[in-house]
Write a protein that binds this ligand. Structure first.
Ligand SMILES: Cc1ncc(COP(=O)(O)O)c(C=O)c1O
Length: 414
């Protein structure tokens, strides 16, 4: 169904009318507020949402492109970066900047790694990135846009990147290897200590994609979860992407990209002078940046503080455990060992696509994994009050499902 083309109205329409239309339009969306969505939302409570919205609106018109004009935003960005680097154990040499999202952070990490390699050695063929099958498509997107090739390697039976197999694919043209904290499909953390060792031994840039876990894993560790080292404590890590608009719980349009040192950070930016308007420089891919997203990130981080993040992390980890335990009682099993707030489960007994269809019929949005088939969810606080209902609906859907493997066609249904 295509939406009919709408013409610009001849005369302006009153805000009250438009507001009512906007409210009506939202009634056709998935009901994220009641925990029905397995992705896209990172709700941490009404108080956090309120702070984020208010801070965003205060800097709604200001532009993060103009950091000299808006010293306020420059200071806020520097403080956000400082807080992030503190969590990820960056030393005094470490640097970073805010971007507008995970994909932009990954683009700029690829750009920096490519330019850093080009400045130091001759790359004769297409620059290469080696990454596991489970890594986010943003790397392929970035590679496609920047004339880089990706080599994706099979994952282990534990659904993690396989360092040995990745090492075999590193050649003279390799500019980057990637590990995820966690990878999106199964929520498992890659073996970063081994990848760091390989990066040092082979002299390649290791990027840690902590877009999902960057503001979760540090708190999970503080709560005593045994997460192997993955941040700047590992000497092989060159850059880390960590999204604020995910488990930083702030307004969309906010991520952070960090580098182990100034020399690597320098390759993130872009500078141009050959036009009549003089020097143009940005650290980001985008030019104009919403000032609101920077202000909201600054305000939410300070509003929550370590205590607030620890509280949300503890609740998310217990929610994930609740799902793991609940589906286990139904004869299903978690795929791999997720350590943060993404969980995927499959079944040797029930056809998982039919279970998913049953959940969909009961009003749940469903994320799927392939090979093996599973149902996947990225958790947030809206899921907390509906856990019992969700598990009941999984049970009822499973009761009605045929044997495992009856359906081949799996896709996410939102
Ligand atoms: C592991 C991982 N990396 C990167 C991204 C891309 O983030 P964004 O959608 O903010 O561009 C995502 C998005 O879910 C992700 O899960």
């Amino acid at each position: 169904m295509t939406t009919p083309r709408v013409a610009l109205p001849q005369h302006g329409i009153a805000w009250e009318t438009l507001k009512a239309e906007l409210e009506d339009a939202a009634t056709h969306d998935m009901d994220w507020r009641h925990g029905r969505l397995p992705a896209y939302i990172h709700y941490a409570g009404e108080d956090v949402l309120d702070v984020s919205k208010q801070a965003f609106m205060m800097y709604f018109s200001e532009n993060g492109l103009g950091l000299q004009a808006f010293r306020s935003l420059a200071t806020m960005e520097a403080e956000v970066v400082g807080m992030g680097l503190g969590l990820l154990h960056g030393d005094d040499a470490a640097r970073g900047a805010m971007t507008t999202g995970g994909t932009e952070s990954i683009f700029l990490a690829v750009k920096a790694a490519r330019d850093y390699a080009a400045a130091r050695r001759s790359i004769t063929a297409k620059p290469r990135i080696v990454l596991a099958e489970s890594a986010h498509p943003a790397f392929d997107k970035a590679a496609y846009f920047m004339g880089v090739e990706t080599v994706r390697t099979p994952i282990t039976t534990a659904f993690t990147a396989d360092p040995q197999v990745m090492a075999e694919q590193i050649n003279a043209d390799t500019i980057m290897i990637v590990g995820s904290v966690p990878a999106y499909p199964h929520g498992v953390v890659d073996p970063l200590p081994a990848l760091s060792g390989i990066a040092l031994e082979r002299g390649v840039w290791l990027h840690v994609d902590a877009c999902v876990g960057g503001y979760l894993a540090p708190f999970a560790e503080k709560l005593g979860r045994p997460i192997p080292a993955w941040d700047f404590r590992l000497p092989g890590v060159s850059s880390i992407s960590a999204d604020l608009h995910k488990y930083g719980y702030t307004a969309k349009g906010a991520s952070t990209l960090f580098f182990s040192c100034e020399e690597k950070f320098r390759h993130m930016g872009y500078s141009f002078d050959a036009w009549p308007r003089g020097q143009y420089f940005t650290h980001t891919l985008v030019g104009t940046r919403p000032g609101g997203a920077i202000a909201a990130a600054w305000a939410v981080m300070k509003f929550l503080g370590e205590d607030g993040y620890l509280d949300r992390t503890r609740r998310l980890l217990s929610l994930r455990q609740g799902i793991e335990d609940g589906v286990a009682k139904l004869g299903m099993h978690t795929l791999g060992r997720p350590e943060l707030a993404i969980v995927a489960y499959g079944s040797h007994q029930h056809d998982i696509a039919t279970v998913g269809a049953g959940l969909k019929a009961r009003g749940w949005g469903i994320g799927f994994t392939r090979n093996p088939p599973g149902i996947q969810t990225m958790l947030n606080m809206t899921h907390e009050p509906v856990l019992k209902q969700y598990l009941q609906d999984v049970a009822d859907s499973a009761d009605a499902a045929p044997a495992a493997g009856s359906t081949k066609d799996l896709h996410a249904v939102y």
